[in-house]
Structures are given as structure tokens and as C-alpha cells.
Design a protein around this ligand. Structure first.
Ligand SMILES: Cc1cc2nc3c(=O)[nH]c(=O)nc-3n(C[C@H](O)[C@H](O)[C@H](O)COP(=O)(O)OP(=O)(O)OC[C@H]3O[C@@H](n4cnc5c(N)ncnc54)[C@H](O)[C@@H]3O)c2cc1C
Ligand code: FES
Ligand code: FES
Length: 1359
């Protein structure tokens, strides 16, 4: 068939409506189609690579092979629109809305406060909805599993699970009957967890508690589940009957031709093999989870795509004599279902391999991927880190291949993979089916995988291991050890296996196997992927686990006379246990509003985020959801691929050949100043020199996003390389520093050291962090055509700077530029200044063309160019007494600022101001130096240097305890400040509640009892260790630049009594608008329902400070209050003349009396200003305090860790909204968990960022939240310094996650002790599996020593 002559139609349904497409481009994804063509913007783009779940939709189809309707989730960002034929798609808009009725899946996430910025919410709703379509009575475990492919950066997940727990039928809990929330509150005394205590404990947080107990007026009801609508499955839309009829009919081959790609969907195997013979280079696409990524991220083009979805043989499942044969197009979910059934029905000895496959599938991507990705796709991708290939190889699975010439069956063995992503399968062949074998008696099989994150992460090392014993003996007849992640292909350890054959399964075999594997599974020190020592060690650790597992089974099974196996030592048993999740448990405690507070007065009540319902329905409008303008253009940035180079030439001529290309924009198009940035040290577009990879050089404009992306890729830039400086270490060597170097000096450091019993010196490195807001940077610029006016819709925390920078680049006064911000899909500091690098480029492009221009960065671009949290290096020398009391401290902080100053000075100031964390250090000498490097400029990130400053304090604090042989909690407590103490920057501590937080946390976490249990556990387990740590935090509240501590507000009251409130803060999910409405409601004495906030913009409240530094509620709240008071004062006479009148009556009368019903408000924090030189003045208005206690368990063999329990006590003053404050605490804590244990940015030695998406950069997922998570807001601690006695909460709790880091360190100490090591050791942050494993020094790590530094070029460097 000539694909050019196809007249085929694509027919599918979206939310019950039929769609017929005649002209469809196979390169279009379902996400683009929904958003652009159908205007269904509820489905979000978070990453475009299947890694975040923001684009989750439900796919329903009739499966002709299984003869039933299947509903499953899928990532719309990878789903080719052509694969939709005869499929029904349900998006978040299709299940409920705010106008008629929210679906329970929408209602419950909103009301349980599970939606903050809301960008992830539609995807999470759709995962839940799909689960409910498949089972109306899910178990809690099903719910947790359903979210394996969804990420949220704001909430910390607890609230989402809590809301959805109400759907679970197996929760051993009152389900909220007793107190209005799913309690799940365990017997907190001793950390058993799970389920409700049924009133046995009756401690704080117990759902059975009356409110009149000893914890007066404390509540744990953040929402009332009795208000929830019941789930009524009969109300769900049915599968379109028309599709059902069509699906049952004989299909005919389909063909769709786009600009570059043709999609062919044959109906028979014969057609398929004929097509493959005609187009041997064609890709066979089932899930598109690999091909989609290659086309989007790796710039690959596959002109012909063949879809085997209709081929019976490729989708069939056959149970044969020797195993189960799956058609190669079987999805991983269907493989899972079949194998699960087989395991349940067959004798266990037969299903050893199946169980291993299931174990691998358990941690394979998320359900959205597993539901569409094929078994054959995993094999044929031939990825060296495939999870299934090692299992298939070790088990000797059979592959049947087909071509026009016929079929052949081969065994997956060491010859199957012929090179990186290459196999023996010929281009004209297809993989038809895969037979996974039954195991035999005397055969044992295990699979292991270690990744950076447990859920939805590709492996670092993965393996399948099989051994067959001679009948009834422990003598090895056959053994196969197959590894992924150790070579360019999946490999078999052939030599090792050969040597082990015929040997007895004993200690000697173990030793020899490890020696052999260490030699055979070697990696060069520069191997791609890095982590060389860790990967090598893992091969041995996995074998050791396999050895123990088999030994255990042998001991159990071979109880005859031939059994010579020694039973494994009891303290080794836990090394064989597979990871299992414990049931989650949590509680949130807060103080109820005082008795008698007016019903309408919402201050202090857990009011739902005002946009939560809209967010849950996909109705909330984010920047890229703004409808397209008629003649709008799309912009794609052209950025540097060199970290430091001269630009020799830029050639955009090839872009002319791309359809829809309009123009290239560069420095010469900037009408105003090309110089920009906070310190005027940046360019809008680079001119002569580039100073980082990702430096913006120009931009391409085209009619569509796809065309502009393609055109941008054709722009050729010639460079002359200059030597880059990438790391802090290099910057120190070359003295490459930004010029402002700050110091804080207090007391007499020298004398302090002289008086100390001990002096310790050390160093700690803290890696940076990517913001990973779910919504990437986005700007829509609309030129107004008059006097240089331009309207900018921007996802920014900083409208005022955005306006100023755009005006400066456009060469117009600020009064011509309006910046409008409705909401952001997360900010976390990343949109405080760095959005301007995109906004100014888009504004210039709009100016040049006179047309509206849009750009939302792709995730990889965003990660590449926009910078993140500063990496820090801390060098310390600390003097202390034998009892652990600190006498003197000398610290040097170095941060990696990147290529421009941006906010780096402020970040370093805050780090220095927090170098004490919460400890009284009489003598301090500190210096903070910002390194100038060739990385993208690092910037603000929640905590703004505070966490880095405090983390280094905790490092020396933990060293002191070790050195003195004292308990860390005692040393910490000994050094805590007291009320009235002066900090190292000479600010007096007033209202110092930290000791109260500490004592409450110690007691509510049952610290000492659990510490004993942990010691016992560690004695009984050699390869699993637990650790416990309690950490305080004190966080200074205010911008450290005094003038930023000002805010404005504007209140309009309309004649119907409705109030339009505007203030200077932006909404990024933190609930600021909700709090401001609460404040205005109390100030005006009216219901919150009368008050509305539409957006933040520069033409209502000018010169605003960025929404940052946690002070936004404080300062904007006071400004709102001030404006409200002005209005109230004006209408006071009217109120007095009609005291019984309603608000509406008064407003009407005021209007008719010609009283202005519009007022501005203003506030500045008084008396701020600190002088570093003199170490005097007041940098902060007040401090927020908190304490966390965390328990972890590490797997010493793999470096994995499990967050068992965290207890937090936080002082947020008198909470304005406990639901929002608890959400901020949990969200910050989990974000910090990522910072300190998981998130690792990896750069090449040349300064090129490798980690450019969720595939490689792991933020915490649902499964990373502590299994038991208790948050309580300190009661009776009003704060006189902020609005309605509240306190700032956005940043302060983040550092509490350091408790997890130091609990890990505690556990590692225990592991090292078992290896005979007792001295101090260095653990840098984050405590990744690699760092944990390498620190747990043992016989295996010793067999894989690191290469001598300097003798090789590492794959990645610590920046
Ligand atoms: C977010 C995400 C997470 C992932 N996580 C994991 C993970 O944890 N572990 C892991 O191993 N992988 C993972 N992957 C990789 C990928 O999902 C798997 O490899 C998947 O099985 C590919 O299947 P597919 O149907 O989507 O392949 P497609 O993209 O449709 O095709 C992949 C390749 O296989 C070829 N192909 C497919 N079927 C045949 C056939 N029958 N005959 C010949 N050639 C064929 C195609 O031509 C193409 O080259 C992940 C991918 C993503 C996007
Ligand atoms: S946008 Fe599709 S998974 Fe992230
Ligand atoms: S609410 Fe989940 S990413 Fe913001």
C-alpha cells in the first residue's frame, strides 16, 4: 500500500464524545492532542517522558483477545494519538466538575488538602479514578501501588493518601467516624504502626479520644470525611457501545501519514512480517515508552512505525509444557496478572522464575508505563539496564522470531545481545513471543534490583540468578548469573558460573564466587553511569543475598541425609528478606480555635485551599492553559552546549527549511539593554562568550511548538573552547570567587579553642537540588501594539522583577509592561528570579514579531538552564569540652554560585546566619565565599542557604557526640539555646519555644524506648541496621535585605458586597491566597465566600517583593489587614447608623454616600537591619522553631533505606490555617528528604548536566514518605510579630529532614561497628544508596576498592 494514498480515519472517544480524525500526524501525542486540539487542558505536561504522571488519563478499550473491557491508566505524553483507534479516553474533565458535581476522587483529594499547587492533582485523580473503575473496594496497598507513577512536589503525599484512604476497605481504622478523619493512628508508644489503636492507647491523636482529655482543644480533624459523597459506580460513564460494536468487527489495516512519519497498523501476522520486510528499519511500537523517549529526547526520527496491537499471535498467552509463552506485544501489566495467577495456582518450586519476574515488575516503572509497555519492547530495546532481560537470560527464556521466511526459536543467552542496544534479531524479523520457563525441583531463582529510588526508577544494577542442584544435594549442577548495569549489554558471568558448577553450596563457594565476580564484573573507573565501586560491590552483595536465600531454601527443602548445609546465622536472615511495605500510619495534631470564635471567622480553621476543587477537576488555569491567540508563535531557546567558550558563529539558515519557521532572535534583536540579572552580570542572549551549558544564545520562533523545536535543532553554533571551572574544588584552586565575601565573627575563637578539651576538624559536601516544580517555566507575551505596551503572563514568584527586567530589555519604562500571575504549578524559589531568563527572551521575541509568543520549557531545558539549590562545601574546626559543650567554631562555607551572582550572596548570608542551627556557640569565626563557576546560575530554593548552613552544624555536632562517646541527643540538648540567649549574630532570642518542641518530640516519639529497641534490632541483624536521630531547627524569618520586607494590598468592595482582594504575593500552591482570604474575612468580619482573589499583577499592587523567604503571609497579611481597616473605618458611620444591617446593606449605603470602597494597604516589618562587619543589628523579625525525630532502616548490602517513622513538633505560632501549615510542614519535610537522601545532580567534568528529567533525577515518590508520619503543631505559642499571632512556615520545616540523614548515619555507624570500625567517618549529602553502601565497609566493599583519584577521568564530578 502506498501510505500517501491512505484515506483512513482515526476514530476514538474522549470523555464520551466521538472524535474522527482524518488528518493525524503520528508524531502527535495524546497529550498534545488533548491540550491543543480539544482544548482539554486539565491534563498537564510535567515532563514529557513518562516520569511524573501529571498527564495521566484513563484508557478504556475492548480487548478482543480477552473479550472484556479494560480500563487502565496511561501517560498521555507518550501515548501516540494514532494508537487511539477504537479507544475511549477519559480525562479529568470527563469525570466531574465544579459546576455540577465533583467525582469522589476529585472531592476527596481536594477536601483532604491533598492539592497544593494542583499541577500534579489531575494526574493523581485519574490514577485513583481508574483504580476505582477497576475495583470499587480497593485495598490500601492497591491505592499506594496505583500512585507508583505519580509525583507531587508540594504535599509530601501524606494528605493525598489520607484522603484516598477513605476509599479503602481494608483499613483497620475508624475511617474517620470517630473524629472525622481517617485516623490510622497507631500505638505511638512503641512504633508498631498500622491501623487504629481502637482506643487502647488513648494518647494524643487517638481517634477515640474525647476532646476534653489532657490535651485540651487539640484536634486531629483536618477534614471531615462524613461530608464526602459516597462512591456510586453506577454513575460512571459506560464504554461507548459504538466502539464495542466496532471492536468486535473484522479490522482493516490502518495507515496515517504525517509530515515525517507514517504509522501502519496491520491486522494479521502475515501483513506484519510483510511490512517488516518492506521496511526493515521500521520501529514496532506497542507502548511507545522507549521510542517516544528516543524521538523526543534523543532527536531520533523513525519514518515508519508499525503497530502490532491487533496481531492475535503477538498478544496471546499460552501455557505450554515448559512454561508460559507470552505474545511479545503483551503488556507488562498483563504479564504480571498471568504470572500472579500462575504463582497462586502452581506448586512453588515450579514458579521460582515467575516470582522473580514479578519481583522485578513490582519495581518496574509505574502502572501508567506497565499498562502500555510490552514485554517484547523491553527485550528488543536491549537496554543494558533492562530489568527483565537478566531474568530472562538467567532463566534461559525462549524467544520466537518471525519473518517472511518463517519462524525460529532461540534461547536468550549470552549471545543474544551483540552490542549496546543491539541483538541477534535481524532487521526484517520481529519478536513474536517469549516463553518464560517453569523452574524445576532443586532449582532456585532470584532477581535483585538497586536503583536510586525504589519506585519508578531504572536500575543502577539489576540481576537474575539461577542455580540448579543435583538431585537432593547441595552440589551445583548449573548456575547462571546475569547482570544488567555492568556492561553495554545484559551479561552473563560466564567464567564465574563455569567455576562454580559442580561445587558445593557453602562458605567456600561464596568466597570464591565473590572473588571471581569481582574480577569478571569489573568496570573501568570512567565507566558511563559512574558509581563504579558501588556497582561492582552490588554484584557481590546480590550474589551474597542469593547465596543466603538459596541456602535457606536448601536447608528447608533438603532435610534428607544428604543435607550438609549449615543453617544461615539468625542475624543474617533479614538480608534475604525482600522489601515489604508496612501499612502507613499518621496523625496531625493542631490546636482548635478558641471556644466562642464566630462560626464565620475562618482564621485558625483548616479551610480547604481555595483553588483545590478547581485543581482537582482540571479547571484551574496555569500559564500554558491560557487559550492560544490567533497568530501566536511558539519559541524554543537555542542554548550553549559548552560550559565556557567563545562564540565564533551562529548559523540559523537551515531553520528556513523547517515548515512554519518564522525567525531567529538573538542579542541584536534586543531593543533595550541586553544586560540583565540581579547583579547586572547576565545577558538576555549571549553575544561573544558563553559561560555555562544552557546559556541562552538565541531563540527560534515558529507557528507550532513542534516546528520551533525542530527548527531550533538545526541552528549551528561554532565555538572556541575555553577552560571551564565546574566544581567548588576547582574554583578554590583557581580562586574563582564572586567578590562579596561575608564574615560573622563573635567572641574569641582562639581562646575558645585553647579552653577546649578536644578539637575536631572536618569537611562536609552538600549537593545541589533541582526545584522540580511540576510546572516548568512558562511565559506568554502579548504585545499590545501601542507605546511599547506588553502584557506578560508568567509563572513567576516575582512579578515586579519580571516587569523590570522585561521593560529594561524592551527599552520601555516599567509602566508599559504588565505582568500577570494567576497561579504557579510550584515555585520553591526556582521562580523567584530565574524565570526572567525565559521571560525576557519571550518578550523580546514578541516585540520583534509584533505577535503573541509563548514558551513553556520542556523539562530537560528547564533543568538544564534554570539552576537550583547551591551545592555547599563546609570546612569546620570545632572545639568542645568532654561533656560535649561547644566552645569555639571556625567554619568556611563555599557555595557553587554558577555563572552569575543572582541571589547567591543572599543565600550565603542566610547560610552564615544559620551556621549555629539551634546551638549556643560562644566563639565563632565564619566566612562565606560564593564560587564563580561555569554552571547555570544557582538560585533561591526553599530554605535559601539555611538548610546548608544548619546541615554542616549538625555534621560537627554528630562528630562531637561520637568523639565524646556521648548520646547525640544529649549533646544536642546540652548545646541548645535558652530563652534570652544571644545568637552568634547577636540577636536576642525571645519567645524561644524550641526546648518545648524538643521535649514534646522526645516524649511523643517515645525516643528512649525506641532507641533501646533499635539497639536490640541492630544486635540481631548483621546486614540491616536501624538508626534514630532527633534534630532541632531554628529559622530566621524576614528577607535579609531589609527593604524587601514590605508588602501592598488592594481591596475593592463592589456594590453587591463582594470583595476583590489583591495583594503582592503570588500563589504557588502554598495556600497564600487562602490565608489572605481568611485574614480579610476576619478583618472585614464577613464570610470568606464573599472574598475573591483573581490574580497577582503589577498594575494593581506595584513594586512587590518576591513571594519568598516564608514571610509572604506575614507581610501581605498585614497589608491586607491594613487595607481592610481603611475600608472599615470609612464605612464605620454607616454601620453605626444601621447596626443591625448586613454587610451588603452597609456597602450599598456607603456607595450611595459616595464613600470610596477601594483601598490600598501597606506594611513593612519594622526595625530590621543587620551589619555583618559590626555583627550588630537585627536580621530577623522572629524565628520559627521545630524538632523532628526520625527512624530509618538501611540495607547494608545494597545501600537501600526505608523511612520507618518521623515525629515532628513545629511552632507555627497560632496557625492561620492548620491544614495549610501541616501541608507545608509535610511538603517541606519530604522535599528535604529528597535533598538529603536522594536527589543528586550529576555533571560531566566539562560541566554538562546529565540529570535532565525524572528518568535520571529522582525526587521522593509516594513510597518514600515515612511509614509512620506524625506532625503536631505546638500549642499555646502566639507570635506577637505577625498577623493574627501566626508564624511563617514555608521554609523552616525543610531542614527537619536532616533527622533522616543523621539517622542513616547512625545506622551506618552500627554497621561499621560490626566490621570493627569505630572511628568518625565522613558522609556527604545526599545519603544515596551509593554513599550508604560505600560507607558500610565490609568484606565486599574491600574486594572492590576505588581507583586512585587522578588516575582516570570520572564520568561525573561533584560540583
Ligand atoms: C518512565 C519510564 C520508566 C521505565 N522504567 C523501566 C524500568 O523500571 N525497567 C526497565 O527495564 N525499563 C523501564 N523503562 C523502559 C521501557 O518502558 C521498557 O523497555 C518497555 O518495556 C518498552 O516497551 P514498549 O512497548 O513501550 O516499547 P516501544 O517503545 O513501543 O518499543 C521499543 C523498541 O522495541 C522494539 N520492539 C517492540 N516490540 C518488538 C517486537 N515484537 N519485535 C521487534 N521489535 C520490537 C521497537 O521497534 C523499539 O525499538 C521505562 C521507561 C519509561 C518511559
Ligand atoms: S508529563 Fe507525562 S509523565 Fe510527566
Ligand atoms: S500539589 Fe502536587 S505538585 Fe504541587
Amino acid at each position: 500500500m502506498d501510505p500517501n494514498e491512505t484515506g483512513d480515519q482515526l476514530v476514538f472517544f474522549v470523555n464520551g464524545k466521538k472524535v474522527i480524525e482524518k488528518d493525524v500526524d503520528p508524531e502527535t501525542t495524546l497529550l498534545t492532542y488533548l491540550r491543543r486540539k480539544l482544548g482539554l487542558c486539565g491534563t498537564k505536561l510535567g515532563c514529557g517522558e513518562g516520569g511524573c504522571g501529571a498527564c495521566t488519563v484513563m484508557i478504556s478499550k475492548y480487548d478482543p483477545f480477552r473479550k472484556k473491557i479494560l480500563h487502565h491508566t496511561a501517560n498521555a505524553c507518550l501515548f501516540p494519538v494514532c494508537a487511539l483507534h477504537q479507544v475511549a479516553v477519559t480525562t479529568v474533565e470527563g469525570i466531574g466538575n465544579t459546576k455540577s458535581r465533583l467525582h469522589p476522587a476529585q472531592e476527596r483529594i481536594a477536601k483532604s488538602h491533598g492539592s497544593q499547587c494542583g499541577f500534579c492533582t489531575p494526574g493523581i485523580v485519574m490514577s485513583m479514578y481508574t483504580l476505582l473503575r477497576n475495583t470499587t473496594e480497593p485495598k490500601m496497598e492497591d491505592i499506594e501501588d496505583a500512585f507508583q507513577g505519580n509525583l507531587c512536589r508540594c504535599t509530601g503525599y501524606r494528605a493525598i493518601l489520607e484522603g484516598y484512604r477513605t476509599f479503602a476497605k481494608d483499613v483497620n481504622c475508624c475511617g474517620g467516624v470517630a473524629n472525622g478523619t481517617g485516623c490510622g493512628h497507631s500505638e505511638r508508644e512503641n512504633s508498631t504502626n498500622g491501623g487504629c489503636c481502637g482506643g487502647k492507647v488513648n494518647g494524643p491523636g487517638c481517634c477515640m479520644n474525647g476532646r476534653e482529655d489532657n490535651v485540651k482543644m487539640m484536634s486531629s480533624s483536618l477534614f471531615n470525611s462524613s461530608e464526602f459523597q459516597p462512591l456510586d459506580p453506577t454513575q460512571e460513564p459506560i464504554f461507548p457501545p459504538e466502539l464495542m460494536i466496532q471492536c468486535k468487527k473484522q479490522q482493516k489495516q490502518l495507515c496515517f501519514k504525517g509530515e515525517r512519519v507514517t504509522w501502519i497498523q496491520p491486522t494479521t501476522l502475515k501483513e506484519l512480517v510483510a511490512l517488516k520486510s518492506q521496511y526493515p528499519n521500521a520501529k514496532l511500537v506497542v507502548g511507545n515508552t522507549e521510542v517516544g523517549i528516543e524521538m523526543r529526547l534523543k532527536n531520533m526520527l523513525y519514518p515508519v512505525i508499525i503497530a502490532p496491537a491487533w496481531i492475535l499471535e503477538m498478544n496471546a498467552v499460552q501455557h505450554t509444557e515448559t512454561g508460559v509463552a507470552f505474545g511479545a506485544a503483551s503488556t507488562l501489566s498483563s504479564v504480571e496478572e498471568v504470572l500472579r495467577k500462575a504463582v497462586a495456582e502452581l506448586p512453588p518450586y515450579k514458579t521460582e522464575v515467575f516470582q522473580a519476574v514479578l519481583e522485578q515488575l513490582r519495581w518496574f516503572a509505574g502502572p501508567q508505563i506497565r499498562n502500555v509497555a510490552a514485554l517484547g519492547g523491553n527485550i528488543m530495546t536491549a537496554s543494558p539496564i533492562s530489568d527483565l532481560n537478566p531474568v530472562l537470560m538467567a532463566s534461559g527464556s525462549k524467544l520466537t522470531l518471525a519473518s517472511k521466511e518463517g519462524k525460529r526459536t532461540i534461547t536468550m543467552d549470552e549471545k543474544f545481545f551483540t552490542g549496546y542496544r543491539k541483538t541477534v534479531v535481524k532487521p526484517e524479523e520481529i519478536l513474536l513471543s517469549v516463553e518464560i520457563p517453569y523452574s524445576k525441583k532443586g532449582e532456585y531463582f532470584s532477581a535483585f534490583k538497586q536503583a536510586s529510588r525504589r519506585e519508578d526508577d531504572i536500575a543502577i544494577v539489576t540481576c537474575g540468578m539461577r542455580v540448579l542442584f543435583q538431585d537432593g544435594t547441595s552440589q551445583v549442577e548449573e548456575i547462571k548469573l546475569s547482570y544488567g548495569g555492568m556492561a553495554p549489554t545484559t551479561v552473563l558471568a560466564l567464567k564465574t558460573c563455569q567455576e562454580l558448577t559442580g561445587r558445593d553450596w557453602n562458605e567456600k563457594l561464596l568466597q570464591d564466587a565473590c572473588c571471581l565476580l569481582a574480577g569478571e564484573m569489573d568496570l573501568p573507573p570512567s565507566a558511563p553511569g559512574g558509581m563504579v565501586d558501588f556497582r561492582r560491590t552490588l554484584t557481590l552483595s546480590f550474589f551474597f543475598k542469593f547465596y543466603l536465600t538459596v541456602l535457606q531454601k536448601l536447608t528447608k527443602n533438603n532435610n534428607g541425609a544428604n543435607n550438609l548445609c549449615e543453617p544461615i546465622p539468625s542475624n543474617y536472615i533479614s538480608a534475604t528478606e525482600l522489601f515489604h511495605k508496612d501499612p502507613v500510619a499518621n496523625a496531625q495534631l493542631f490546636q482548635e480555635v478558641p471556644r466562642g470564635q464566630a462560626f464565620e471567622d475562618m482564621v485558625g480553621r483548616p479551610l480547604m485551599h481555595v483553588s483545590a476543587a478547581k485543581q482537582a477537576c482540571g479547571e484551574a488555569v496555569y500559564c500554558d492553559d491560557i487559550p492560544h491567540y490567533e497568530n501566536e508563535l511558539y519559541l524554543t531557546l537555542v542554548t550553549s552546549t559548552k560550559a565556557h567558550a567563545k562564540i565564533l558563529s551562529v548559523d540559523a539558515s537551515e531553520a528556513l527549511s523547517i515548515p512554519g519557521f518564522v525567525c531567529f532572535v538573538s542579542a541584536k534583536d534586543v531593543p533595550g539593554s541586553n544586560i540583565t540579572g540581579i547583579a547586572n552580570d547576565e545577558t538576555v542572549f549571549a553575544e561573544d562568550v558563553v559561560t555555562c551549558v544552557g546559556h541562552i544564545i538565541g531563540a527560534v520562533l515558529a507557528d507550532t511548538q513542534e516546528h520551533s523545536r525542530r527548527a531550533a535543532k538545526t541552528v549551528k553554533i561554532k565555538y572556541e573552547d575555553l577552560k571551564p571551572i565546574v566544581t567548588i574544588q576547582e574554583a578554590i584552586e583557581k580562586q574563582s570567587f564572586f567578590k562579596s565575601i561575608k564574615r560573622i565573627i563573635k567572641g574569641d575563637v582562639k581562646k575558645g579553642f585553647e579552653e577546649s578539651d578536644h578539637i575536631l576538624e572536618g569537611e562536609m559536601y552538600l549537593g545541589g537540588q533541582e526545584h522540580f516544580y511540576l510546572e516548568t517555566h512558562c511565559t506568554v507575551a502579548v504585545p499590545k501594539g501601542e507605546d511599547g505596551e506588553m502584557e506578560l503572563f508568567v509563572s513567576t514568584q516575582n512579578p515586579a522583577k519580571t516587569q523590570e527586567f522585561a521593560a529594561n530589555a524592551l527599552g520601555v519604562p516599567s509602566n508599559r509592561v504588565v505582568v500577570r500571575v494567576k497561579r504557579m504549578g510550584g515555585g520553591f524559589g526556582g521562580k523567584e528570579t530565574r524565570n526572567t531568563i525565559l521571560t525576557t527572551a519571550v518578550a523580546v521575541a514578541a516585540f520583534k514579531t509584533g505577535r503573541p509568543v509563548r514558551c513553556m520549557l520542556d523539562r530537560d531545558e528547564d533543568m538544564l538552564i534554570s539552576g537550583g539549590r547551591h551545592p555547599f562545601l563546609g570546612r569546620y574546626k570545632v572545639g568542645f569540652m568532654k561533656n560535649g559543650k561547644v566552645k569555639s567554631l571556625e567554619v568556611s562555607y563555599y557555595s557553587n554560585g554558577g555563572n552569575s551572582v543572582d541571589l547567591s550572596y543572599g543565600v550565603m548570608d542566610r547560610a552564615l546566619l544559620h551556621l549555629d542551627n539551634s546551638y549556643n556557640i560562644p566563639n565563632v569565626r565564619s566566612v562565606g565565599i560564593v564560587c564563580k563557576t561555569n554552571l547555570p546560575s544557582n538560585t533561591a530554593f526553599r530554605g535559601f542557604g539555611g538548610p546548608q548552613g544548619m546541615m554542616i552544624a549538625e555534621c560537627w555536632m554528630s562528630d562531637i557526640a561520637q568523639k565524646c562517646g556521648l548520646q547525640p541527643e544529649e549533646v544536642r540538648r546540652l548545646n541548645l539555646y535558652n530563652e534570652g540567649d544571644l545568637t552568634h549574630f547577636n540577636q536576642k532570642l525571645e519567645g524561644f519555644t524550641l526546648r518545648r518542641c524538643w521535649d514534646e518530640c522526645l516524649s511523643s516519639s517515645s525516643y528512649y524506648a525506641r532507641k533501646k529497641l533499635i539497639e536490640e534490632f541492630n544486635k540481631q541483624n548483621r546486614w540491616k541496621k536501624r538508626g534514630l536521630c532527633i534534630i532541632p531547627t531554628k529559622f530566621g524569618i524576614s528577607f535579609t535585605i531589609p527593604f524587601l520586607n514590605q508588602a501592598g494590598a488592594l481591596v475593592h468592595v463592589y456594590t453587591d458586597g463582594s470583595v476583590l482582594l489583591t495583594h503582592g504575593g503570588t500563589e504557588m500552591g502554598q495556600g497564600l491566597h487562602t490565608k489572605m482570604i481568611q485574614v480579610a474575612s476576619r478583618s472585614l468580619g464577613i464570610s470568606t465566600s464573599k472574598i475573591y482573589i483573581s490574580e497577582t499583577n503589577t498594575n494593581t499592587v506595584p513594586n512587590t517583593s518576591p513571594t519568598a523567604a516564608s514571610v509572604s503571609a506575614d507581610i501581605n497579611g498585614m497589608a491586607v489587614h491594613n487595607a481592610c481597616q481603611t475600608i472599615l473605618k470609612r464605612i464605620e458611620p454607616i454601620k453605626q447608623s444601621n447596626p443591625k444591617g448586613s454587610w451588603e446593606d452597609w456597602i450599598k449605603a456607603a456607595y450611595e454616600d459616595c464613600i470610596s470602597l477601594s483601598a490600598t494597604g501597606f506594611y513593612r516589618i519594622p526595625e530590621l537591619g543587620y551589619d555583618f562587619e559590626k555583627n550588630e543589628g537585627k536580621p530577623f523579625c522572629y524565628f520559627s522553631y521545630g524538632v523532628a525525630c526520625s527512624e530509618v532502616e538501611i540495607d547494608c548490602l545494597t545501600g537501600d533505606h526505608k523511612n520507618i517513622r518521623t515525629d515532628i513538633v513545629m511552632d507555627v505560632g497560632t496557625s492561620l490555617n492548620p491544614a495549610i501549615d501541616v501541608g507545608q510542614i509535610e511538603g517541606a519535610f519530604v522535599q528535604g528528604l529528597g535533598l538529603f537522601t536522594m536527589e543528586e545532580l550529576r555533571y560531566s567534568p566539562e560541566g554538562n548536566l546529565y540529570t535532565r528529567g525524572p528518568g535520571m533525577y529522582k525526587i521522593p515518590a509516594f513510597g518514600d514518605v515515612p511509614t509512620e508520619f506524625y506532625v503536631s503543631l505546638l500549642r499555646d505559642c502566639p507570635n506577637s510579630k505577625a498577623v493574627y499571632s501566626s508564624k511563617a512556615v514555608g521554609e523552616p520545616p525543610l531542614f527537619l529532614s536532616a533527622s533522616v540523614f543523621y539517622a542513616i548515619k547512625d545506622a551506618i555507624y552500627s554497621a561499621r561497628k560490626d566490621s570493627g570500625l569505630s572511628e568518625l567517618f565522613r558522609l556527604d549529602s545526599p545519603a544515596t544508596p551509593e554513599r550508604i553502601r560505600n560507607a558500610c565497609v565490609d568484606v565486599f566493599t574491600k574486594m572492590c576498592p576505588p581507583a586512585e583519584p587522578g588516575t582516570f577521568k570520572p564520568w561525573s564530578v561533584r560540583v
